[in-house]
Design a protein around this ligand. Structure first.
Ligand code: UD1
Length: 366
């Protein structure tokens, strides 16, 4: 008999693979009833629907359909929609993942209804409050009753913020659960052949952070570096809608379109992106998830950011923060090309494919 209803909130692309890990093991927990709440923060076919199909997610129990807008409007619309949903049918627990606006909005609504909030990927901190995601992380953790942590830095951060230790659980990473589950399919896909690339002989690039793509000077420099990179190794660049818009606005889109060694694509499905990542010589990105996925796969990753909220990817993984140091970028590319790139790969504790089960077991008991 079901005796606990859990709303599982997902809204933006990186959330979908995380919640998929919970639905994949749900049947082992017959006392829990999981309901998928899709906020609609991401709504394009390529940013949302294709992930549902690819990841085998159930039909959402509730679709808020909020779409894009300013942070305040987007967050407020999600809050209004989720409040109406809760008023119709109250869950026992609201589970949110990651650090997007949907995470903050739904946790805030639930907390004010005195519904328990569970935050998956709690405790990560970039210590950069100019990132909207950092604000979302800090506030969500401050009102969460269950904090599920992926790496030990999260334990330290939450302890420093005075969060009670009884509410903090180091469980590993649901994103890695999904990665390990879908790896055989991604291997069989060999998506790089679509671009006539060879395995291990191309760079995979993704960028979407406002700090990189919304600033004309920064974006111009990044485009020049990608063009340079394409002279060393062929590049496939998956364009987030924000990035495409900003490249076009800045008149830089054609700079990336013309070099024959650069392939531009739409946002990719999960399996295609995983296939490209696992076979890349190097990944160049500003995504949080890709820093972790490359570490789990042992693929070198150069991150075009000044900070990371995922330090384990540097201390025990394959990640280097470039922080606008293009000398470091070019040096790292040479090292990777010549197989001299130093990485600190060791198995990251609890990134073993079982985080989803650990989380649901704790919620079942809690
Ligand atoms: C959001 C998350 C970010 C996450 C990223 C992954 C926040 C604060 N940011 O950023 O943490 O890493 O998703 O993709 O929640 N757009 C479309 N179609 C879509 C979705 C967005 O065209 O399906 C366009 C919007 O019109 C907007 C831009 O992309 O111009 C940004 O979308 P938004 O959801 O606001 O933020 P992201 O940059 O995607």
């Amino acid at each position: 008999m079901k005796n606990k209803i859990i709303d599982i909130v997902a809204g933006a692309r990186p959330n979908f693979m995380k919640v998929a890990a919970l639905f994949a093991v749900a049947e082992k927990f017959p006392s829990l009833s999981l309901r998928l709440v899709h906020t609609g923060q991401h709504y394009d076919e390529a940013m949302s629907d294709v992930f549902f199909r690819d990841l085998g997610l159930p039909e959402p129990s509730c679709h808020l359909g909020v779409g894009s807008d300013s942070h305040a409007v987007q967050t407020a619309e999600i809050m209004k929609g989720y409040e109406a949903w809760i008023n119709r049918s109250q869950p026992d627990i609201c589970l949110v993942v990651g650090d997007v606006n949907s995470t903050l909005a739904c946790s805030l609504v639930a907390a004010k209804f005195n519904i328990q909030v569970a935050h998956v990927e709690a405790g990560l901190r970039s210590f950069d409050r100019t990132m909207p995601e950092e604000i979302n992380r800090v506030i969500t953790d401050s009102i969460s009753d269950f904090m599920f942590v992926t790496e030990s830095s999260g334990l330290l951060n939450l302890a420093r913020e005075g969060r009670p230790s009884s509410t903090i659980h180091l469980v590993g990473h649901v994103m890695i659960d999904t990665l390990l589950r879908r790896l055989p399919e991604a291997k069989a896909r060999a998506f790089y052949s679509t671009f006539a690339f060879k395995a291990g002989k191309y760079a995979f690039v993704t960028l979407h952070r406002p700090s990189n793509v919304d600033n004309h000077k920064v974006l111009t420099e990044i485009v020049a570096q990608i063009v340079w990179l394409s002279n060393i190794i062929p590049v496939v660049f998956a364009l987030h809608p924000r990035t495409k818009k900003q490249l076009q606005r800045a008149g830089l889109y054609s700079d990336l379109q013309s070099p024959p060694a650069i392939q531009l694509t739409e946002p990719l499905s999960y399996i295609n992106a995983l296939s490209l990542t696992m076979n890349a010589k190097v990944v160049v990105t500003d995504s949080g998830g890709l820093q972790e996925e490359t570490s789990a796969l042992g693929v070198p990753c150069l991150t075009l950011r000044d900070t990371t909220e995922r330090p384990v990817t540097i201390t025990e993984g394959t990640n280097t923060l470039i922080s606008g140091d293009w000398e470091l970028f070019r040096r790292s590319i040479s090292q990777i090309k010549e197989n001299r790139y130093l990485q600190n790969i060791s198995a990251i504790p609890l990134w073993d494919g079982k985080a989803g089960e650990r989380i649901l077991r704790i919620l079942e008991a809690g």
